[in-house]
Design a protein. Structure first.
Lengths: 84, 437
């Protein structure tokens, strides 16, 4: 799976949770879930559950803790997919 | 200085009508909201009929965002939020989002359980080692104060935001708690209401106790029979009612429409002493509650035009009539008009007090007494106490001044509230007026 495809999938996943439309439209690897997209911190667990479902992976607590932006999410997804 | 407290907005989510207009039309015309419930039948309940408000996803989206409705499974919060926001809008209050909370407005919105279906879902996940998959809203949907928390956020309330709970007295209690808070000047405005979840997981315990009727499964609309000789238990129901209660001055200053005044009331308990138990009311306490409510409201028993009873359609209906009759010292043709909304909606449990209070206030506001249905065969113990004419079975169009509404609940708890048609110029002898001086 290439990066572009992963970003596209992530974009669809975070869409219902975002409060900053502009940051969402200009999403890059550097986009932060809370600071940029203004996702309610309580909703981060929902985002992660949706990622698990979309990619059919399980994200452990430690990985979850550092999954705060698109870049870290992509890295973790890649690792988890490779472990499958 | 005590404030006068008035009602400036109403909201309703009832089995026989969602929204004020539909509901008013339904209660005037004796339209039943009781239906066959296939889920109760499938689960082999004794009772296969129930009263459930009909709320479409489309309607829900006027009150909740799509995100909020993701994994949402709390009927009680759904009903409560719709009724609450409707009442707020009906009172012509703003839904505008400001940074500053509205410090003068709060909510006391009761319930017995919250999101019982969500709770069930969560329990299954936990037992399946899937706790991490509960999502972020399992707490908000299942905490008892979920309904007041959702409302508080949607309206930006900055005064007290709480959920009260006293079984079937809950809704009447929330009105009286709001009354006290406004009267004492601690809040200018309280959204008072209550709600109840729907479905087998809330109704199962009652079915097991055999307090729900199992004799009317084939005739849902005739199944809820308060005051009837053939009453055989209550029909489980659900729903929510809400009212914006406001101090009179604030209401007048903003030119609000005033539905009615809350003169006062009383809350008490029979202590599960004497004839009182966990499930049966102590008649001494019920009568004391009614008498103390009148005293608190500063009115004489003969001033009551109509009673909206608790009257669930169990064997206790005759006892309730006897308690009213003795407490008011009125009988035969001198007894006030009395009606029970439960003949049309069933027993909305923790939502009942609010749903029925909204009906009571609508009667005062529009000048009518809604008909009692399904009591063409009145119980002889009841007609021995009060005249048949006092139990209208047809709509009566009539100006009313005072309605007493009471609710009684498990735990031997009682609540009685006195509503009065709002009179801008009460006579000088009126106690609530003299208190202003």
């Amino acid at each position: 799976m290439d990066k572009k495809e992963t970003i596209e999938k992530l974009k669809n996943i975070v869409k219902p949770y975002i409060k900053n439309q502009e940051a969402f439209e200009n999403i890059t690897e550097k986009t932060d879930f809370i600071a940029d997209l203004q996702i309610n911190s309580a909703n981060l667990v929902d985002v992660i559950l949706d990622i698990e479902e979309e990619f059919d992976i399980i994200i452990d607590n430690q990985s979850m803790e550092r999954m705060l932006d698109i870049k870290s999410a992509m890295e973790i997804i890649e690792i988890k997919l490779s472990e499958k | 200085m005590n404030k006068r407290v008035v009602i400036t907005g109403l909201g309703i989510v009832a089995p026989n009508g969602v929204g004020l207009e539909t509901f008013t039309n339904a209660i005037k015309n004796g339209i039943s909201g009781i239906k066959h419930d296939p889920e109760l039948a499938r689960l082999q309940f004794s009772c296969h009929i129930a009263g459930k408000p009909e709320v479409s996803t489309e309607l829900s989206l006027n009150y909740f965002t799509e995100l909020e409705l993701r994994n949402f499974n709390s009927s009680g919060i759904l009903y409560g939020v719709i009724a609450g926001i409707d009442a707020w809008k009906d009172a012509d209050l703003s839904m505008e989002i400001n940074d500053e909370p509205d410090w003068e407005s709060g909510t006391i919105f009761g319930t017995g359980t919250s999101g019982i279906d969500k709770f069930r879902e969560s329990i299954y996940k936990i037992d399946d080692f899937q706790t991490r998959r509960l999502g972020s809203t399992a707490v908000a949907q299942t905490m008892n104060s979920g309904v007041s928390a959702y409302l508080g956020g949607k309206l930006g309330l900055g005064n007290q935001v709480t959920t009260n709970s006293s079984a079937c007295t809950t809704g009447t209690e929330s009105i009286l708690m709001a009354f006290e808070r406004i009267k004492s000047g601690q809040a200018k405005r309280i959204l008072a209401g209550s709600t109840s979840d729907s479905g087998p997981y809330i109704w199962g315990g009652f079915d097991a106790m055999k307090v729900c009727t199992f004799k009317n499964n084939e005739i849902p609309e005739q199944g809820s029979r308060p005051m009837s000789a053939t009453a055989s238990g209550f029909v489980p129901g659900s729903g929510a009612g809400a009212m914006v209660m406001e101090d009179l001055e604030t209401a007048l200053t903003r030119g609000a429409k005033i539905y009615a005044e809350v003169l006062g009331g009383n809350l008490n308990s029979g202590g599960q002493r004497g004839l009182g138990t966990m499930t049966a009311p102590n008649p001494v306490a019920v009568q004391k509650c009614i008498k103390d409510a009148l005293k608190n409201a500063g009115i004489h028993p003969k001033e009551i035009d109509a009673i909206n009873g608790h009257l669930t359609a169990t064997s206790k209906d005759s006892l309730e009539i006897q308690n009213w009759s003795e407490a008011l010292d009125r009988r035969g043709v001198n007894f006030p008009y009395i009606n029970s909304l439960k003949s049309m909606v069933g027993h909305c449990l923790t939502g009942a007090g609010s749903v029925e209070s909204v009906a009571s206030v609508l009667q005062l506001h529009h000048g009518f007494i809604f008909p009692n249905t399904n009591c063409e065969d009145l119980h002889p113990e009841i007609t021995a106490l009060i005249d048949v004419s006092r139990i209208p079975q047809k709509l009566i169009e009539k100006e009313l001044t005072i309605i007493a509404k009471a609710s009684f609940g498990f735990g031997d708890v009682n609540g009685c509230v006195i509503f009065k048609k709002y009179n801008p110029n009460p006579s000088p002898s009126h106690p609530s007026n003299s208190e202003l001086e």
